[in-house]
Design a protein around this ligand. Structure first.
Ligand code: NAP
Length: 309
């Protein structure tokens, strides 16, 4: 059975908030959607895109009488939003978020949540490198995971309701504790982004080649890193600062493994290099088998002559 809320408040209406808004409308999951964002420009754009029914720059105003509140702001802004909405939350409301780090969001938000609301931290593992209200689209969460990291004593009925909400989007829901989430995400998401930012930054530092060869020959591999490295700087700065311990642990392991590869290259140890590259190739196959990507070569990019075959 699909859930329906009388009023949903969306705090933050960028890529994730607006994608949620599209799906709520598409699936009829709320009688009324109230949108709040801090800047008048973003609010105006959300209104032009008709993402909700009412619009305000006041988060406190938006959450009044809302049954479900979804906070979709950079993780570093979680505490200020929690403080702003705390006094206006309706008894029995479910308050959730979509932040990419979880222990920090819980530490920032939970102390401000009144006892009469159900605070359930969440994280949909779906997104793109774009940001802002124009970046959202219906179906972003279809077939993707949404992880809840419930705190002790979370009401089972509220948890079930929120699960049904994400499942209505076509998401698969998992639960784990926040520390575990932060470790897992450090390796599957945070480290790849940091490596991408770093490699693109390194290329940019090589000023002699940047303006010509790096761009011209980017299809050799470099451009696949540039997609991740084009992600929102505010969001990713906050992820780095708010999942510091897990990221530093993964970076330490990464550096050790890189040193191993570096040594194998220096000493011409082809077997070691070949074994590693064979192991990693099978990971790609597992991702396709798990339905987390398509089996098209070059990430499904169109190639001009293929159209004629
Ligand atoms: P986004 O497109 O940049 O939108 C950010 C929204 O938060 C905007 O409405 C913005 O308001 C508001 N905001 C920014 N700074 C704020 C602050 N200091 N105080 C209050 N509001 C602020 O971001 P997004 O990609 O939707 O990401 C939102 C959350 O989702 C983040 O926590 C991120 O970690 C998480 N997430 C992102 C992805 C992804 O791929 N992008 C995937 C999963 C989860 P104004 O425009 O009005 O300033």
């Amino acid at each position: 059975m699909t859930v329906q809320f009388d009023r949903i408040a969306l705090i933050g209406i960028g890529l994730i908030g607006s994608s949620i808004a599209h799906d709520i409308r598409r699936l009829g999951l709320a009688k009324e959607v109230v949108i709040a964002t801090r800047s008048a420009d973003t609010l105006k754009r959300a209104e032009e895109l008709q993402l909700g029914d009412r619009y305000t720059t006041s988060s406190a105003e938006a959450v009044k009488d809302a049954d479900l509140v979804i906070v979709s702001v950079p993780v570093g802004a979680s505490e200020s939003v929690a403080k702003e909405i705390a006094g206006s939350l309706k008894p029995g409301a479910i308050v959730t978020d979509v932040g990419s780090t979880k222990a920090s969001v819980i530490a920032q938000m939970q102390p401000h949540m009144p006892p009469h609301v159900h605070f359930i931290p969440g994280h949909p593992l779906a997104g793109t490198e774009k940001s802002g209200p124009d970046a959202g689209f219906p179906g972003l969460f279809e077939g993707r995971w949404c992880i809840f990291t419930p705190v002790a004593g979370t009401d089972a009925t509220a948890l079930k309701t929120l699960r049904q909400f994400w499942e209505a989007f076509g998401s698969k829901v998992d639960e784990m504790d926040a520390e575990h989430h932060d470790k897992v995400l450090a390796i599957v998401s945070h480290l790849p982004h940091i490596i991408a930012y770093n490699i693109v930054g390194t290329a940019d530092d090589l000023e002699a080649v940047t303006e010509s060869e790096v761009i011209k020959y980017s299809a050799s591999g470099f451009r696949d890193f540039t997609r991740l490295a084009a992600s929102d700087p505010t969001m990713w700065r906050d992820v780095c600062l708010h999942n510091k311990d897990a990221i530093l642990e993964m970076l330490a392991r990464f550096s050790e493994d890189l040193a191993y590869l570096q040594r194998a290259i220096r000493w011409g140890e082809g077997d070691k290099i070949f074994d590693l590259f064979t192991r990693t190739r099978s990971i790609r196959r597992s991702i396709i088998q798990a339905g987390q990507d398509v089996d098209a070569p070059d990430f499904g990019r169109p190639h001009p002559l293929e159209k004629n075959t």
